[in-house]
Design a protein around this ligand. Structure first.
Ligand SMILES: Cc1ncc(COP(=O)(O)O)c(C=O)c1O
Length: 375
């Protein structure tokens, strides 16, 4: 979280504890704080305040959107890309409707010809705006145009793109969008769901009817206010060109590592990707060994997405792109933010080069990653 976001949050944790549904003065203050936050989020996304629903996470937003589409869309399958986050894949996989998997090319971008063909048998579409592992940005404008030709509603998991690249729901004309505050310097455990005005909607959570009946449950006022502040700052950052500064750090890191390490490959479309993400494979280096060495050296990165870390399976995203299993097991994802500095970035690149050298020397001796850690 940005310090300003924490500052905005604290009064709602330590001062005003009112339930925003109350009719007393402090409750009304909490209600207006929520509405103001909703306005900031709407401004970041290009929508209207009443199109914004606060949820408990990006996962909940995704599940809510898909639940609604599942209940209200016409006949046919759920057309989803094979590189979606598990929040999408596991949800549609659990439903009777059936799934139409949408393939991606070697660059990680959706195959639009296959998508067009799939639309004939689909009831609705869910395609992520940007992938969480490789950072590749999907051709969403094309996806939406094709889906519209077929009269299909579209949800996009925009958890990774919101706040990192300008994204306008009105220009893109999406029906539903999911976002998560902790991806744009807000707190964890709070999500955003955009529901286009006039779209039929069926809530996932039923109860007290909060969020205009779209998400029952007493509002997490502090987290909502913090999300509003994070959205306001994210919009300013986009206008001030902060993503460009992040891109420069990412690019200089990547250049240093690609030059300093033989057999290092950058994965995913190099042009159409988030400015903050670098996904690299290191020939012959088991990623779990590298993770241990880099963690020791103070570099926090991940193999696959963070949510997959700890699992040894190569990621479904890399396999879908046709990256061989052996190489997929050597990949790491590095992510940068406005809170990083160019010096840190250069240091991280040096540490990656060192770690790969160390691992290769030891693996060359036939010793595994655990021995590296203890040596
Ligand atoms: C693309 C994508 N979708 C959904 C999620 C889930 O969001 P949350 O962790 O807020 O539930 C994530 C989390 O990293 C993500 O990267």
């Amino acid at each position: 979280m940005l310090p300003e976001v924490l500052d905005a949050m604290l009064p709602w944790l330590s001062g005003n504890h009112a339930n925003p549904s109350g009719s007393y003065r402090t409750a009304k203050a909490a209600r207006s704080a929520i509405d103001e936050a909703r306005g900031h989020v709407a401004a970041l996304l290009g929508g209207e305040g009443d199109e914004i629903v606060f949820t408990g996470s990006g996962t909940e937003s995704v599940n809510t959107a898909l639940h609604s589409l599942d209940r209200l869309a016409g006949k046919g399958k759920a057309a989803v890309s094979v590189i979606e986050h598990s929040a999408v894949l596991r949800f549609v996989g659990s439903r009777e409707r059936g799934v139409m998997p949408l393939s991606v090319g070697a660059d990680g971008r959706l195959d639009l010809t296959a998508f067009r063909a799939a639309c004939a048998g689909a009831a609705y579409v869910s395609v992520m705006a940007a992938n969480n592992e490789i950072g590749v940005i999907q051709p969403l404008a094309e996806v939406l145009a094709i889906a519209r030709e077929h009269g299909l509603p579209v949800h996009t998991d925009a958890v990774q793109i919101v706040g990192k690249v300008p994204f306008d729901v009105r220009r893109e004309r999406v029906d539903m969008l999911s976002a998560s505050a902790h991806k744009f310097h807000g707190p964890k455990g709070i999500g955003v769901l955009f529901v286009r005005q006039g779209l039929d909607f069926s809530p996932l959570l039923l109860g007290g009817g909060q969020e205009k009946g779209r998400r029952s449950g007493t509002e997490n006022v502090a987290a909502i206010v913090a999300t509003g502040e994070a959205a306001r700052l994210a919009k300013l950052a986009l206008e001030e060109g902060v993503p460009e500064r992040i891109r420069e750090m990412r690019d200089s890191f990547e250049k240093a590592v690609l030059e300093g390490v033989a057999g290092c490959t950058q994965n995913g479309d190099p042009a159409n990707r988030l400015p903050n993400t670098s996904h690299l494979s290191f020939d012959g280096c088991d990623s779990s060994g590298l993770l241990i060495l880099l963690d020791e050296a103070g570099v926090a990165c991940s193999a696959g997405s963070a949510c997959m870390t700890g699992k040894q399976k190569p990621s479904h995203v890399q396999l879908a792109m046709g990256i061989p299993e052996q190489r997929a097991k050597t990949s790491l994802r590095f992510a940068f933010s406005r809170l990083n500095t160019p010096d840190e970035t250069a240091e991280a690149a040096r540490k990656v080069i060192e770690a790969v050298g160390k691992l290769r020397r030891v693996q060359g001796n036939g010793v595994g990653p655990v021995a590296v850690y203890t040596s």
